[in-house]
Design a protein around this ligand. Structure first.
Ligand SMILES: [Zn+2]
Length: 193
């Protein structure tokens, strides 16, 4: 179940996954809280990302790439991510080891009276593995493409935040300069104007 679902081309937050604000908070604690615009959950005042693992939105006045990319994902990309996630686990190797062991033992006559279906050099096994390799390569590439798109978007977000910070800093500097020119502050070692 996704936290943010698409309904009629609109992003809708799934209410069952929202993290509610605890009732026992004092007013001062309540003041510092950042409410996540995506899931409505409460976050500590120093939080950069939403604490909800399903949401994890960047808590700023900018779009967040993860939810944007999740919404754009089609079924093949979702499937590719799941397959890649599974391949990266040790279970994948263990299943293959067991499979090969049973296959070879069955065709060498070690498993009782089972009929031989793929005798040495196990060409049927070879064909199945070649087909599997083609699919795995495809899924890995799809998932990798998505990952690099995510990294690019993330870098774009970093850039956006940097530019916004830079502009704010320049604005503050200008305000400070104008304040100083209106009301000169005597600095140590400098003659007062
Ligand atoms: Zn959130």
């Amino acid at each position: 179940m996704a936290l943010i679902e698409r309904k009629n081309d609109k992003q809708v937050v799934n209410p069952s996954l929202m993290c509610a604000i605890p009732d026992d908070l004092s007013p001062s604690e309540r003041e510092g809280i950042i409410i996540c615009p995506a899931c409505g959950g409460a976050n500590p005042k120093d939080a950069v990302f939403c604490v909800s693992h399903q949401c994890h939105k960047a808590l700023g006045e900018f779009k967040y790439v993860l939810e944007e990319l999740q919404a754009q994902k089609n079924w093949i990309e979702k499937l590719a991510d799941k397959v890649t996630h599974f391949i990266a686990k040790p279970h994948f190797i263990i299943i293959h080891m067991l499979w090969f062991a049973v296959w070879i033992m069955a065709n060498e006559g070690y498993l009782g009276h089972l009929p031989y279906f793929d005798e040495y050099p196990y060409s049927l096994l070879g064909i199945i593995l070649a087909i599997e390799a083609v699919f795995i390569t495809g899924f890995l590439l799809i998932s990798q493409n998505h990952q690099s798109a995510y990294s690019e978007k993330r870098a774009e977000l970093d850039y956006e935040v940097n530019i916004r910070s830079y502009r704010k800093l320049i604005e503050l500097e200008k305000r400070l300069d104008s304040l100083e020119s209106k009301n000169p502050i005597g600095r140590e070692g400098e003659p007062e104007a």
